[in-house]
Design a protein around this ligand. Structure first.
Ligand SMILES: C[S@@+](CC[C@H](N)C(=O)[O-])C[C@H]1O[C@@H](n2cnc3c(N)ncnc32)[C@H](O)[C@@H]1O
Length: 273
């Protein structure tokens, strides 16, 4: 059965490769990816799909739908394969909101390419959208290591990486990302790291990645504003507390030069010193 036809993915107790190690709701941002305003199927009839066709609902809580549409309309068009992946992922239901939005995916490609990254790592791959974007920014001899716990969700990713002819550039390791990272040599082996998995693991991922990033390497952390809840004193769940903690630590960390960008749900960009 193709993944798009399977029952909706969820964190099922007892599943051998439970898709997430924390409540699914905590991984899912508030706004629906797909909705009546989306015209993906129509957009897919054309060769190049315009970004504005893909995401009328901004993932960023700073942007009105109109401003989001203008921002996307002023950016390069989304290619049909990414649009198809977004559409298939949207069929999984609310968990599809875990996928990075088009403008963030494009930013990942731009950053990987513009920094000349060759070796990259992604913590939290899901159905492979952000990985595809990063891999497209790497040179032909580049390598992206993807870490995730879900065989089900990453099986979608593997199909799209193959269709993009990027399977030889992307390696997937299943299992808790902290274990996979700890098993790597503690040497500066990466030029680029994107973290988008369980929020309570972020501080540990930073510590595991810091010795493995080369000087001037980029460390990116997603969802660092938690839809603005980082500033809400009433928000005291484990995710928002973990994100406040990592934000405070990283901003004061002399190993990194840090800038927090108001992209999507907040994206930290940290340059390894
Ligand atoms: C927000 S999604 C990643 C979205 C992805 N970057 C994209 O753009 O499509 C988070 C992913 O982290 C994975 N995950 C959760 N806890 C994990 C852990 N401890 N180790 C590895 N992966 C984990 C989940 O299975 C899920 O696929």
């Amino acid at each position: 059965m193709p993944p798009s036809r399977r029952p909706r993915a969820s964190c099922r107790p007892g599943s051998p490769a439970a898709p997430c190690l924390l409540p699914a709701a905590s991984l899912i941002p508030a706004m629906p990816l797909a909705g009546p305003g989306l015209h993906l199927s129509r957009a897919l009839d054309f060769g190049a799909v315009h970004n504005a066709e893909v995401a009328r609902q901004p993932k960023s809580f700073f942007l009105s739908p109109d401003l989001n549409e203008y921002l996307l309309a002023s950016s390069s068009p989304l290619d049909p394969l990414l649009a198809e992946l977004a559409r298939e992922t949207s069929e999984l239901g609310p968990v599809s909101r875990m996928q990075v939005p088009p403008e963030q995916g494009a930013l990942l490609t731009v950053l990987a390419a513009a920094t000349g990254a060759r070796r990259a790592v992604e913590v939290g791959t899901f159905t492979g959208y952000s990985a595809l974007c990063i891999a497209r920014g790497l040179p032909a001899d580049g390598h992206l290591l993807c870490l995730d716990v879900s065989d089900e969700w990453t099986s979608v990713a593997r199909r799209y990486w193959a269709r993009a002819n990027l399977s030889d550039r992307i390696e997937l390791r299943l299992g808790p990302a902290a274990d996979s990272l700890a098993a790597l040599p503690a040497e500066p082996i990466f030029d680029f790291a994107f973290v988008d998995a369980d929020k309570t693991g972020y501080s540990a991922y930073v510590e595991l990645l810091a010795p493995r990033l080369r000087p001037n390497g980029l460390l990116l952390l997603d969802n660092v504003l938690q839809s603005g809840r980082v500033l809400d004193p009433a928000a005291q769940d484990a995710n928002v507390r973990a994100i406040r903690d990592v934000n405070a630590r990283l901003g004061a960390d002399p190993r990194f030069q840090v800038v927090v960008l108001p992209v999507a749900d907040g994206l930290t960009m940290a340059r390894r010193m």
